[in-house]
Design a protein. Structure first.
Length: 380
């Protein structure tokens, strides 16, 4: 692993490729795979992950914003690209078209704005089949919009999509209802517009719902080796790509009654050793992880040690134990493996009542990202 100064997020691109190949193995021969690299690749780095995903067989990439589309093209990636989010202004539309990306729409105003550019554009319709956010729930309106797109000079209807709200809970009947609505809409659309690409499945549905695969799946969280069911990535054969490390900035004894951190939330009930890690919530260490019972662990010297005291902006304490031999400068693992121990993003999420997505997306830009294959550093 590359040397750590203060902190480092190291991304294993071999793991990304392995995850994409695993996800593709769930698909039939006629189904495409779209890797979602929004939010700077879920905190992993969109360009590096996008390249790895395409190398492993992803047919397309997807982002949410115009700026993300621009960044993908600036990184030299030429694979087909879809922008999933709403575009609010003319300059955003122009940026997406400059990036040769396809656009998702669901109302007349958006189509009219794109048409006013006078530029050719490939569009996907979005059906709100039950998520309740973006998209139009009215199938008849979408059919009329499809006809308008197909009849407009320079515009091409290339796909239709929906987003599944509860696919991470296989027992929830919502997914069945959403798929039924969307598949019926897709049948009606195809009667009038043959050849469009229908897509609905996210990572969870890709792994568990072959009936949701349709013409294409859009996989996000699983590309990064994180479990869409919020348990253990090993359960799905996924390889977490990200390891987050830091170093002990200071190590000192703490007597009985000694306190650590704001609010004196940790008071030693036995002689111990406190190790201060030189990163905090400005780096993405969740403050809540030190305020739950039990508090979150980190790995030091191949063993689990609990946080001690409230996580602050630039540091957090750890309870190393009375007989600790650890020294300032020793490595600390916040996510990843050290010796025989492992801490996952899923574990951290469970400790703080959130999801693995938020854990990795919350690692701030103060934390440098580096990339490696077969243990060797590569350019991001």
């Amino acid at each position: 692993m590359p040397p750590v100064d203060r902190t480092l997020a190291s991304i294993d691109l071999d793991a990304v490729e392995a995850n994409v190949r695993l996800l593709r193995s769930h698909l039939g021969a006629g189904t495409e795979l779209c890797a979602v690299v929004k939010a700077d690749g879920y905190g992993h780095g969109a360009v590096a992950v996008g390249r790895a995903a395409v190398a492993a067989g992803a047919d397309r990439l997807a982002v949410v914003t115009a700026a993300e589309a621009t960044a993908i093209r600036a990184g030299g990636i030429t694979a087909p690209l879809i922008v999933l989010g709403p575009l609010q202004a003319r300059d955003e539309i122009d940026a997406v078209l400059d990036a040769d990306a396809q656009i998702v729409v669901w109302h007349e105003d958006a189509v009219a704005a794109i048409q006013r550019t006078g530029r050719p554009a490939a569009l996907h319709l979005k059906h709100d089949s039950g998520m309740g956010r973006l998209g139009d729930p009215d199938a008849d309106r979408l059919l009329r919009l499809a006809d308008r797109i197909a009849g407009a000079p320079g515009l091409e209807l290339v796909g239709a999509m929906t987003h599944l709200a509860c696919a991470d809970d296989p027992d929830d009947p919502t997914t069945d209802a959403q798929l039924e609505r969307f598949v019926e809409l897709g049948r009606r659309l195809r009667d009038a517009h043959p050849g469009i690409t229908l897509h609905a499945a996210n990572s969870a549905a890709t792994l568990t719902r072959p009936d949701a695969h349709l013409d294409m799946v859009r996989v996000g969280i699983a590309v990064y080796g994180l479990d869409p069911f919020h348990r253990d990535p090993d359960d799905q054969g996924l390889r977490p790509a990200l390891t987050w490390t830091a170093r002990l900035a200071a190590v000192k004894p703490c007597p009985v009654g000694g306190a650590v951190g704001y609010g004196r939330r940790f008071v030693a009930d036995r002689p111990t050793t406190i190790g201060t890690v030189g990163i905090g919530y400005a780096d993405g260490v969740r403050r809540a992880s030190s305020r739950v019972d039990p508090v979150a662990d980190v790995l030091v010297g191949g063993r689990r040690v609990p946080l001690a005291g409230t996580v602050s902006m630039d540091s957090c304490g750890t309870d190393l134990g009375a007989d600790a031999a650890d020294r300032a400068g020793d490595p600390v693992v916040l996510i990843g493996r050290q010796g025989d121990e492992r801490i996952t993003a899923e574990e951290l999420a469970a400790r703080t009542d959130t999801i693995n997505y938020e854990i990795v997306c919350g690692i701030s830009r103060r934390v440098p990202r580096t990339y490696h294959r077969s243990g060797r550093p590569v350019a991001g």
